[in-house]
Design a protein around this ligand. Structure first.
Ligand SMILES: NC(=O)c1ccc[n+]([C@@H]2O[C@H](COP(=O)([O-])OP(=O)(O)OC[C@H]3O[C@@H](n4cnc5c(N)ncnc54)[C@H](OP(=O)(O)O)[C@@H]3O)[C@@H](O)[C@H]2O)c1
Length: 294
């Protein structure tokens, strides 16, 4: 009779018939007990194990989803926030719950000194950086003729200048190479209502992506961008035409479902893997096909 019995370590199948295989009922092949057991095949490691990622604007929305996706895949995650302290603290707890380290830093990306301090904090804790995601963005939702010079400067400094300054700081912490992913939007090449300043800043960010892809390639750093369709994050509440935007995307997205923050995060993560090594300077559109219809 064969049956399940417990031993101190495992449950093992044992046979009462000596030298008979409990599975085949054929005489068991005698094993040389002195022979070392073959090691079990290793559990596939997470792609970003022991890597360090910095996600700007990781406190909420798309940045938070990216932070969680990279953490899920094994990266220690540093992120900055600007105003949302409570949400940033929640994100920190959620990242740590995935079994990796998290460094939460308050930093306004419109100031070069604050950017330098952000990277100093990452350097002090981890001494390196493998992944930078330039996700944070801000802007003033006005048509071109109503926009003031200070609005232009604000938007461009956070959405275009900061990603360049962050990339410059990141390159310093990536002596063995790394990945940079910039988050952009359809307004870089489509004309959208109330989107003048942000659209122009995103066009600049996409050009920056191409330049950095070439200029940082000799350092082993791959640079790409991910462009998202409309997603209902808190960013949308500043758009007077928010309901129209969401209705358009709901009605005409060929993929027939709402775009989610996780859809963007997964593509960002893919661009940070070795499998994406030959994608350089590209802007990958993640919108379920929505932009094909507008
Ligand atoms: N939502 C969409 O439909 C959509 C579509 C296409 C592309 N995108 C792009 O995706 C990215 C994230 O968008 P989202 O919708 O997730 O935005 P969001 O919910 O408004 O989050 C923006 C993030 O950026 C941070 N941030 C804003 N201003 C900052 C500053 N001056 N310094 C430092 N951090 C700052 C915010 O920090 P605090 O919370 O602490 O202020 C927050 O973490 C942006 O690049 C956006 O252009 C969004």
């Amino acid at each position: 009779m064969a049956g399940w019995q417990s031993n101190p370590v495992n449950l093992i199948r044992v046979s009462s018939e000596k030298n008979v295989s409990p599975i085949t009922k054929r005489p068991a092949v005698k094993r040389n007990s002195s022979k070392p057991k073959a090691p079990r095949p290793a559990r596939p490691s997470k792609p970003f194990e022991n890597q360090v990622a910095l996600v700007t604007g990781g406190s909420r929305g798309i940045g938070k989803a990216i932070a969680l996706e990279l953490a899920q895949k094994g990266a220690h995650v540093a992120f900055n926030y600007f105003r949302s302290e409570a949400e940033a603290k929640r994100t920190e707890v959620e990242v740590k719950a995935l079994g990796v380290e998290c460094l939460r830093i308050k930093a306004h990306l419109g100031e070069e000194e604050k950017i330098k301090a952000l990277f100093s904090a990452v350097e002090k804790r981890y001494h390196k950086l493998d992944i930078l995601v330039n996700n944070a963005a801000s802007g003033v939702q006005r048509p071109a003729l109503e926009l003031e010079s200070k609005h232009w400067d604000w938007t461009m400094s956070i959405n275009a200048k900061a990603p360049w300054l962050c990339a410059r700081e990141a390159a310093r912490l990536m002596p063995s190479g790394g990945k940079i992913v910039n988050i952009t939007s359809l307004g870089s090449h489509k004309v959208l209502p109330f989107y003048f300043s942000v659209g122009v800043s995103k066009a600049s960010l996409e050009a920056l992506t191409r330049y950095l892809a070439v200029e940082l390639a000799p350092l082993g750093i791959a640079v790409n961008a991910v462009s998202a369709g409309y997603i209902e994050t808190s960013a949308l509440k500043y758009f007077p035409n928010k309901e129209d935007m969401l209705a358009a995307s709901r009605e005409t997205t060929p993929a027939k479902r709402k775009l989610a923050v996780e859809d963007v995060a997964k593509v960002v993560a893919f661009l940070c893997t070795k499998d994406a090594e030959m994608i350089r300077g590209q802007t990958i559109i993640v919108d379920g096909g929505f932009s094909l219809t507008i």
